[in-house]
Design a protein around this ligand. Structure first.
Ligand code: ATR
Length: 290
């Protein structure tokens, strides 16, 4: 029930109509009987929206396309990993010692992918191969580089983008918790890189509906059975890459799990309590229709 004590959470983006987050977040809030509502907001003027959210005593926001980078200029504080990534998808509003509202930015996208992979294998000391070098790749690369892995290879169609990302990561080596080797390659080197890899994360849109036959690899023969394969595409659930990986006997991680765990982490940041994963997963799958 909505009453005078109801607190507001939400997601801001432009457009916002297709967001899956309200279904997932409200399912979790309702299950725990918390007096919060999570709403979608179509936002064009970002700085005014953040000032408004502070004045209206919002508890937190998710931030989606196209505001994930521009939001940095509207924040009072930023988490270390989010700062390295240079993008924020979660904002928490708090009061500082002077009683002023402040906005703190986090990035839970990379966390989402790493937690999904950690469910099936401990990423510690593993060699990770990431295909793609866009926004999603960057968030995942910084998070996983900070999760105790031993080696990271970034491969991209446009090699320059992979090289730039690898350079940014290498410039931050001192901030990571362990020593690791980070390299960039052409996408055509995937076969060679996969032979010594433990984990493959495909961040390209290859295989996304309606182009469901596309994939970054030629066939299952390029994959060995000890490889863990995560495709961040979630429609369809079983992408062409995931199907080939299953054929090769690999352990697979569905793309929707990254969405799930980025939302779980946001929930935990806002509410300082564990989120009901099963309930939120069911709601997410339902709203995605997969
Ligand atoms: P996102 O925010 O989802 O990461 P993005 O920033 O547009 O999206 O990045 C998409 C990534 O997928 C890029 O690395 C892109 O490669 P290029 O830099 O060469 O464009 C990659 N990608 C997109 N379509 C691709 C395709 N058909 N084959 C290979 N890589 C592709």
């Amino acid at each position: 029930m909505i009453n005078g004590k109801t607190k507001v959470l939400g997601v801001i983006g432009d457009p916002i109509e297709h967001t899956f987050s309200p279904a997932m977040q409200n399912a979790g809030l309702e299950f725990l009987d918390l007096n919060f509502k999570y709403l979608p907001f179509h936002v064009k003027n970002l700085s005014q929206a953040i000032l408004g959210a502070k004045s209206l005593d919002f508890m937190g926001l998710n931030v989606t396309i196209p505001h994930k980078i521009a939001i940095l200029d509207c924040l009072d504080k930023i988490d270390k990993v989010a700062e390295m990534i240079g993008a924020v998808n979660t904002v928490k509003f708090e009061e500082n010692e002077d009683g002023e509202k402040i906005a703190i930015g986090y990035n839970t996208d990379g966390y989402g992918a790493v937690r999904a992979i950690n469910e099936v294998t401990d990423v510690k000391d593993k060699k990770v191969v990431i295909t793609g070098a866009g926004g999603a790749s960057r968030a995942i690369a910084f998070q996983i580089a900070n999760s105790g892995i031993s080696e990271l290879s970034i491969l991209n169609r446009n090699y320059k983008k992979a090289a730039n990302l690898s350079k940014d990561l290498n410039n931050n080596l001192d901030n990571f918790e362990s020593n690791l080797e980070i390299n960039s390659y052409e996408l055509s080197d995937l076969d060679k890189e996969l032979s010594s890899a433990d984990i493959l994360i495909d961040t390209t849109p290859l295989g996304m509906f309606p182009n469901i036959d596309d994939k970054p690899i030629a066939s299952s023969e390029m994959m060995h059975e000890n490889l863990v394969v995560n495709d961040i595409v979630y429609t369809p659930k079983d992408t062409s890459l995931i199907k080939e990986a299953k054929k090769a006997g690999c352990t697979t991680v569905y793309g929707y799990k990254m969405l799930l765990y980025q939302g779980i982490r946001s929930f935990e940041i806002w509410l300082n309590q564990e989120a009901p994963v099963d309930v939120m997963e069911k709601a997410l799958l339902n709203t995605l229709g997969i």
